[in-house]
Design a protein around this ligand. Structure first.
Ligand SMILES: Nc1ncnc2c1ncn2[C@@H]1O[C@H](COP(=O)(O)OP(=O)(O)OP(=O)(O)O)[C@@H](O)[C@H]1O
Length: 238
């Protein structure tokens, strides 16, 4: 179980997260949503250890991990799917998947992860992870490596960005399968209703605060009725 207690975070004199309290039980599928700029990515970076909160506590199964960095948190079972995989010269797609799984996988086993994200595995498995891969391909490889890690908590920040509609349908299947198989928690930052549809719980952030936690049915009406805070959007001439 992951617990966030009274998390506050500021940057450049601006308070971005205000007193966030959140409990994520094991084996839950959580989607964090909210308007642009509400603090979702910042919160994901705080959970993964890329950013350290100014105050508050993060507990993983009761252990205080607030001061731990991204590598130590990864060792404790928190995976963060970056927008794209980390690239090293000469490292192939298969190397990345083996590294993530912590095993010397057979080509067939490594290919399985690529197939699950809708890639024709034999065309990609021996390719170097470099700029010759398209943005969508890199993104899917990153998702495949995160799946291979099988950690107890996996975080995805807008996994749908740069993924075409056909692959998006696959992605939803991948998340559902991952949820079933790993029995870990999955936290997804997303604006996509189809991802919200498969969540056990939706967390609505607004202006750096948790506005609501509930089912999609509870939370969505509030999201669409939300003030943007921008007068131009309200059709004003002010
Ligand atoms: N290092 C920083 N310095 C100043 N402001 C920042 C910094 N990082 C984030 N912000 C601001 O904090 C707010 C929250 O940013 P964040 O990226 O967490 O939002 P988000 O909810 O993920 O947005 P989006 O839906 O657009 O991806 C934004 O107004 C952003 O401009």
């Amino acid at each position: 179980m992951l617990e966030l207690k009274n998390i506050c975070f500021s940057a450049d004199g601006k308070q971005i997260l205000k007193d966030i309290n959140l409990r994520i039980d094991d084996a839950k599928f959580i989607v964090i949503t909210g308007p642009n700029g509400s603090g979702k990515s910042t919160l994901a970076r705080i959970i993964s250890g890329i950013l350290t909160p100014d105050s508050g506590q993060i507990l993983l199964d009761g252990e205080d991990i607030t001061a731990l960095g991204i590598t130590e948190r990864a060792r404790k079972g928190i995976s963060f799917a970056f927008q794209q995989p980390v690239r090293f010269k000469g490292v192939t797609v298969k190397d990345l998947i083996c590294l993530a799984s912590g095993q010397d996988l057979s080509t067939a086993d490594a290919c399985q992860y690529l197939s699950e994200v809708g890639m024709c595995a034999k065309d990609y498995i021996d390719r170097e992870v470099n700029a010759s891969l398209s943005g969508g391909e890199l993104k899917r490889i990153e998702i495949a490596t995160v799946m291979a890690r099988k950690t107890k908590l996996t975080l995805f920040d807008e996994p749908e960005a740069g993924i075409d509609l056909w692959s998006f349908k696959n992605l939803i299947d991948v998340f559902e399968k991952m949820h079933e198989e790993i029995q870990g928690s999955i936290i997804i930052i997303s604006h996509q209703e189809r991802i919200l549809n498969i969540a056990d719980q939706v967390v609505l952030l607004s202006a750096g605060e948790v506005k609501q936690i509930g089912t999609k049915e509870d939370v969505l009406p509030g999201l669409f009725g939300m003030e943007t805070g921008c007068r131009y959007f309200k059709g004003g001439d002010e």
